[in-house]
Design a binder for this molecule. Structure first.
Ligand code: HEM
Length: 507
């Protein structure tokens, strides 16, 4: 009995101390948040929703209502100016639309990628996702080592060699559209172009034959689930702890695992072929293997690192291009005059030819303008962010070190200040003689960490669009929305449903 009393008293003391320590820690954290507020509150910004959570309740509400956070960034940029502040717990995020600061920060290797965001993408809900691959590598050395090795798979000469695959895969889409035209069925263009871009990246990057317009595959779904999971994981830290989300969280983990195990099998097969001295393509897979250590010194971490890049290319190299194509088709469907002009150019440059050459792409100048204008209003990868580790001044505002700067091409692309009548789709803004936008248009980011796949993506997009315009008339089915869906990347909410007809050629 006495022993029990002693135990009870020890327990009560421990509990009291624990409670007291937690209370002190909480109080200290509150003081720290207060200190952060005092340090940064001179930077303009919207009122906080709460002392503790800062502005994050606003974003959670927008996400719950299926809205676009970038619209709020735009609204606040119009109200609070070229640099404004947002708070989340003790973190400070600045949204920068000032072109000079955009130039200074994005063009310099001095400003690393934002640790909070990119480190978080290392895994999704505990399952390794894109780890420290090209997109998420933060430290300059780690990134540069990979980028140097990957560059040859994206040089102009190598990309020219991919024209055959771009043509061949786009031709499969034309066959599918032909079937739909013959049977008078509607086409979900987003879904169809997604199949093409996934087919292309799987084939040219990893030597995989998916043929998604004919076969079913778990990959499209897995990629979609990963992207959706990514948004919840990054924007809502409490998401995974809500029991209602458990099923989806497990689906995300399974989807990551599927991508990584597929990568592991392909890498293993390619490594054996390389060891046997077989002639292997100089594709992305081969370059990924080269980014890791030599076989003798290969550690488990090196293997994981290769998988990080496998998943990175699967994710980065597909969906953004598909969404750009779908938005482009949507805007052409809404603007018959622009559509006619683009068709005429395709007729003049390509005529009835089936195989489009790299030289042809160079002559499709108006189509390039259309694709650029599409990414102005709909930058499918809407932004990037950097850590500021030294004090600086942006547009006359003193910025103490320790903040994170976000750059949203969606925001700047829709500001009247930079583009007159910003919501009007006008490809002539990108006419070769028009003045170039000054650090307010960067759908592929800028500087050393800009998109490695820019030329790849735009060659692929042009081949698909040129063939579509050459062969078919399409009309948007009435009643669908032209809204944007924010899934981390941006995509057309409606799916861009069209009726398709074979084009009739005038003699
Ligand atoms: C319309 C299509 C595309 C758009 C709009 C786009 C946009 C972007 C953006 C904005 C970034 C910077 C991301 C960040 O800072 O977080 C990026 C990075 C990257 N993209 Fe793309 N991308 C596209 C297509 C592609 C394709 C087709 C590939 C590969 C085949 C690719 C591979 C990459 C890679 C590897 C990076 C990381 C580059 C580095 O940090 O060195 N992208 N892309």
């Amino acid at each position: 009995m006495e022993a029990f009393a002693v135990l009870l008293s020890v327990g009560a003391t421990v509990f009291t101390w624990l409670f007291f320590s937690l209370f002190i820690a909480f109080l200290a954290y509150c003081f720290y948040i207060k200190y952060i507020h005092m340090k940064y509150d001179h930077i303009p910004g919207p009122p906080r929703n709460s002392f503790f959570l800062g502005h994050s309740p606003t974003f959670v509400t927008i996400m719950k209502n299926d809205g676009i956070v970038h619209n709020r960034f735009l609204e606040w940029a119009e109200t609070y100016g070229p640099v404004y502040r947002m708070n989340i717990l003790h973190y400070i995020i600045l949204v920068v639309t000032c072109p000079e600061a955009t130039k200074e920060i994005l063009m310099s290797p001095k400003y690393p990628k934002d640790r909070f965001l990119y480190k978080r993408l290392f895994n999704l809900f505990g399952q390794r996702f894109i780890g420290t691959g090209l997109v998420t590598a933060i430290d300059h050395e780690t990134w540069y080592k990979q980028r140097r090795i990957m560059d040859p798979a994206f040089n102009t000469l190598y990309l020219r060699g991919l024209m055959g695959t771009f043509n061949e895969r786009a031709e499969k889409l034309m066959d599918k559209l032909s079937e739909l035209a013959d049977s008078n069925k509607e086409a979900n263009m987003l879904q169809l172009v997604n199949c093409v871009t996934l087919d292309v990246i799987a084939k040219v990057a990893f030597g995989m034959e998916l043929d998604l317009l004919k076969n079913t595959s778990p990959f499209p779904k897995a990629i979609e689930i990963c992207l959706k999971g990514m948004v919840h994981y990054v924007r809502d830290v409490m998401y995974e702890y809500n029991p209602r989300n458990r099923t989806f969280v497990n689906e995300v983990r399974d989807a990551c695992r599927l991508l990584r195990t597929t990568g592991a099998q392909l890498i293993q097969k390619r490594k054996i072929a390389m060891q046997n001295g077989e002639d292997v393509p100089k594709d992305i897979l081969t370059q990924i293997i080269k980014t890791a250590a030599t076989e003798e010194t290969m550690t488990e971490e090196d293997e994981e690192f290769m998988l990080d890049n496998f998943v990175t290319f699967f994710i980065a190299g597909q969906e953004t291009t598909a969404n750009q194509l779908a938005f482009c088709i949507m805007e052409l469907g809404r603007h018959p005059d622009i559509l006619e002009k683009a068709k005429k150019e395709v007729d003049d440059v390509i005529g009835m030819k089936q195989e489009i050459s790299n030289d042809d792409l160079g002559k499709l100048i108006y189509l390039s303008q259309v694709l650029k204008e599409t990414l102005r209003i709909y930058p499918t990868a809407p932004g990037t962010s950097r850590d500021i580790e030294e004090d600086m001044t942006i547009d006359g505002v003193r910025i103490p070190a320790g903040v994170n700067c976000m750059f949203s091409s969606y925001t700047t692309g829709r500001m009247e200040k930079f583009f007159k009548d910003p919501l009007t789709f006008d490809p002539d803004r990108f006419h070769p003689d028009a003045p170039k936008p000054y650090y307010c248009y960067y759908p592929f980011a800028l500087g050393p960490r800009s998109c490695l796949g820019l030329n790849f993506a735009q060659m692929e997009a042009k081949v698909v669009m040129a063939k579509l315009l050459q062969r078919f008339d399409f009309n948007l089915v009435a009643g669908q929305t032209f809204d944007v869906k924010d899934t981390g990347t941006l995509r057309p909410k409606s799916g861009v449903i069209c009726t398709i007809k074979h084009r009739k050629y005038k003699n």
